[in-house]
Design a protein around this ligand. Structure first.
Ligand SMILES: *Cc1c(COP(=O)(O)O)cnc(C)c1O
Ligand code: SF4
Length: 426
């Protein structure tokens, strides 16, 4: 179905500027890369007219030609569904513009700000939450906007963490990026600078030695990247990550949960394992926002919960991202988890673990939990029932500390050397 030009043989392939210049930007260029029906051409053209398209030759080369559901294809090639208005769609769902004291700067949380330094990206993700702004049509961010943002940070001593984003800050020439980073680093109260970038995924050629040499002069700089699927790992992206990690840059990853791309516990588990193998800490798993043109990417929140259920306890703690819903209206990121807190009394907390084992955690002695010696109801033994279910964990006359579902493999493994009282849950 696809005919990829063999651009990989071009001597300029490893040069990010060449990758930028040779991006697929029009329907005609796209049709040179892949076979499209007339209907598809029409739909893609309509979507491009509203939301810009750009695909680096590198990212296009990851598209699997035989697979119409290829995650790289879905993330990069426009689709008519972007033109459908969804029921919950909003222009600026996260109130990034409303909570903005200077153009391009969002001050939402007490001690940190988001500073947009460009509206352009090497590849325009079809699921981008800032779709309304990215691309040359969004009106670019001027030097004076950035300057005003930096002045704002200077005059607010409570800001200790500055997050550079966009668009993609790493599409700026290194010298221009360095000017911005240096000015922010000169502000004494700024402890941490962060850069959010998708270039390791969509244009890893950008992670040059000269770029990392520049960045490491201004440490501590943290980088968050944006891998969404295991198929985005390639020899090029792996070595880009190694260059960043070797420069002492702590790496995080933000994944967006996307219908038809990565809405599966197995896919996300594979993804987080690949990330940690490459020294990248999975940071956030985002529920898809309510931005216009991305409703077809939204999964139910229950899908995210299902994924978290499959990760927590089942794999290394540092491989588990925090699943967040970025609250519409500027409420910020809100973590959402399966329920682990089952119940509580004023002396005992009942928790369940990833195996479904229900455990009791006893609080420190609490004077409020002591019965009144004068209470006759309590003394009436006929009133006491035999503890049932969770009461076995709560009742002080039982010393049971957990309820274990039948067929627990950990208990079978450790039964030879384990003490403690357990009961089977039935
Ligand atoms: C996500 C975000 C931040 C950073 O939040 P963390 O939870 O610290 O990563 C800061 N400002 C805005 C506006 C954001 O959206
Ligand atoms: S790289 Fe980030 S800002 Fe750019 S299009 Fe993708 S999601 Fe949007």
């Amino acid at each position: 179905m696809f005919q990829l030009l063999n651009l990989k043989d071009n001597v300029n392939w490893p040069d990010w500027r060449w990758q930028m210049r040779r991006r697929i930007r029009s329907m005609e260029e796209l049709a040179d890369f892949i076979n499209l029906t007339d209907d598809e051409k029409l739909n893609i053209q309509k979507a491009c007219d509203v939301f810009p398209m750009a695909i680096t030759p590198y990212y296009a080369s990851l598209i699997k030609k035989e697979d119409p559901g290829c995650p790289v294809r879905i993330q990069s090639i426009p689709d008519f569904q972007e033109l459908i208005r969804g029921c919950g769609d909003m222009e600026d769902p996260l109130h990034e513009d409303t909570d903005s004291p200077t153009p391009g700067l969002t001050h939402r949380y007490p001690d940190r700000v988001l500073l947009l330094v460009t509206n352009e990206c090497s590849m325009y993700c079809r699921h981008c939450t800032r779709k309304r702004k990215v691309g040359d049509r969004g009106g670019n961010i001027s030097d004076s906007d950035i300057e005003r943002g930096i002045m704002y940070i200077k005059s607010h001593p409570e800001i200790r963490d500055v997050l550079l984003s966009g668009g993609d800050p790493l599409i700026l020439p290194t010298v221009r990026l360095e000017r911005i980073v240096r000015k922010i680093r000169e502000i004494p109260h700024v402890e941490v600078i962060r850069i959010g970038t998708r270039t390791p995924v969509v244009m890893p050629q950008r992670i040059t030695n000269s770029l990392v040499d520049m960045i490491k002069k201004y440490h501590p700089i943290w980088i968050n990247t944006h891998f969404n699927h295991p198929c985005e790992f390639s020899p090029e992206s792996v070595s880009a990550l190694a260059r960043l990690a070797d420069a002492g840059i702590p790496l995080g990853n933000q994944t967006v949960l996307l219908r038809g791309v990565n809405d599966c516990p197995m896919v996300i588990k594979k993804l987080v394992h690949l990330l940690v193998k490459n020294r990248v800490r999975p940071y956030y798993l985002y529920q898809c926002d309510l931005s216009r043109g991305i409703e077809h990417f939204r999964t139910p929140v229950s899908k995210g919960i299902e994924i978290m259920e499959a990760l927590i306890g089942h794999t290394s703690g540092f491989a588990v991202p925090t699943y967040v819903v970025d609250a519409p209206g500027g409420g910020g990121k809100i973590p959402v988890l399966p329920n682990y807190l089952i119940s509580m009394t004023n002396s005992k907390i009942l928790l369940r673990n990833y195996e479904g084992v229900i455990c009791v955690y006893e609080e420190a002695a609490n004077p409020d939990s002591i019965c009144k010696p004068s209470c006759s109801i309590c003394k009436d033994k006929s009133f006491h029932e035999k503890p049932v279910g969770l009461q076995k964990l709560i009742d002080p006359s039982n010393n049971i500390i957990s309820l274990v579902p039948e067929g627990n493999t950990r208990k079978a493994r450790n039964s030879s050397h384990r003490g403690g009282a357990h009961a089977n849950a039935q």
